[in-house]
Design a binder for this molecule. Structure first.
Ligand SMILES: Cc1cc2nc3c(=O)[nH]c(=O)nc-3n(C[C@H](O)[C@H](O)[C@H](O)COP(=O)(O)O)c2cc1C
Length: 329
């Protein structure tokens, strides 16, 4: 008996790992099928707005090239018109619906399109659509000086002074600073500019404790975290099977921007993994109001750095271990 057990034991461990992997993938797959936008339900305002930006962004790109193809864009122009009519009919207009209208108007008024029969027809149909955006959409001009305003005098000082801190001052970071950091992070690029992020924030002790009891990496510092965020992604923003990993990418990129935004404002952070089994994710959702179609990417602990801090050195590998120059074959 001992002999058999000795031989099957390693396989049982492997099988258990495989089982957990299977459960994790199945959970993500099920959530994608249930909540993503693959059925293209354009009556749903959220789905339609994500789809609108996908379409109008293609027109924005077309209008942004120095030598644009004068015949391009009409298919997307008609798609936008259809989406605008749906928004109008169901009277559930969102940000991207308004932006879409402005982009379409700009497109049909391009010098090469203005006299086109199609432009006249679209213009006529747009008369019934009353909503407008107050922001600027389409293509914009940007000179080199404007673009290079982002140059840092000492980028090393900025990047190399960020560390994940796990202990903070007791003071809570005020909402104005939290909102400012989120606004800065919203400049993060996202696929077709869909901006599928949703950020949950709390500084309430009870809520923080409830969330953190399902997170595996916050001991022993979790109970003293002043502000806590859940960074999530709206699955409704994803329409194609090929996009089934895109939300992790968009979520990861946003998270990093947010961390750097806080760093630029002098606020310390520590990312907290949400690599939890599906059961933990489900339990959290029973206790905290998180929209079913929002997938949690990670949590973020936030607080003021102490006058004196101790943290992990977390040294970085040498560049040649992670960098390869691709050569011609
Ligand atoms: C997605 C992600 C999840 C993380 N989860 C945890 C965590 O659960 N607990 C923790 O103490 N640190 C966590 N960290 C912080 C890492 O340990 C830390 O970023 C890494 O050691 C590099 O150190 P630095 O951030 O100070 O440069 C996480 C980091 C990332 C990016």
């Amino acid at each position: 008996m001992k002999f058999i057990w000795k031989h099957i034991r390693p396989y049982i461990k492997d099988f258990y790992k495989f089982y957990k992997l299977f459960i994790g993938f199945t959970y993500d797959f099920k959530r994608f099928v249930l909540y993503s936008g693959w059925r293209n339900n354009m009556k749903d305002a959220e789905q339609r707005n994500y789809f609108s930006v996908l379409v109008y962004h293609a027109l924005e790109k077309s209008m942004s090239y120095k030598n644009r193809n004068a015949d391009s864009g009409w298919k997307n122009a008609y798609k936008l018109l259809d989406l605008l009519k749906i928004a109008n009919k169901y009277n559930n207009v969102g940000y991207h619906d308004k932006a879409a209208k402005q982009v379409l108007e700009t497109f049909i008024n391009l010098p090469e399109n203005r006299e086109h029969e199609k432009s006249k027809q679209i213009k006529q149909e747009l008369k019934t659509i009353q909503f407008n955006s107050t922001d600027k959409h389409g293509a914009i001009k940007l000179n080199q000086k404007e673009y290079q305003q982002g140059i840092l005098e000492n980028p090393e000082a900025f990047f190399f002074s960020r560390y994940s801190l796990r202990e903070f001052k007791d003071a809570i970071v005020p909402n104005e600073i939290i909102s400012r950091a989120v606004k800065l992070a919203m400049k993060t690029p996202s696929v077709c500019n869909r901006q599928p992020w949703h950020i949950y924030h709390t500084n309430n002790k009870c809520v923080k404790d409830t969330i953190l009891k399902y997170q595996s990496g916050n001991k022993p510092f979790g109970e003293k975290i002043p502000n806590l965020m859940i960074i999530s992604i709206d699955l409704k923003a994803f329409f194609l099977a090929e996009e089934h990993y895109e939300y992790w990418i968009d979520g990861g990129m946003f998270s990093m921007s947010l961390i750097y935004a806080f760093h630029a404002l002098g606020i310390a952070t520590c990312p907290l993994n949400w690599s939890t089994p599906p059961s933990q994710d489900r339990l959290l959702r029973k206790e905290v109001d998180i929209c079913p179609h929002h997938t949690i990417v990670m949590l973020l602990a936030i607080g003021y750095p102490d006058a004196s801090n101790i943290t992990c050195a977390s040294a970085r590998r040498p560049l040649d271990e992670i960098y390869t120059q691709i050569r011609e074959r």
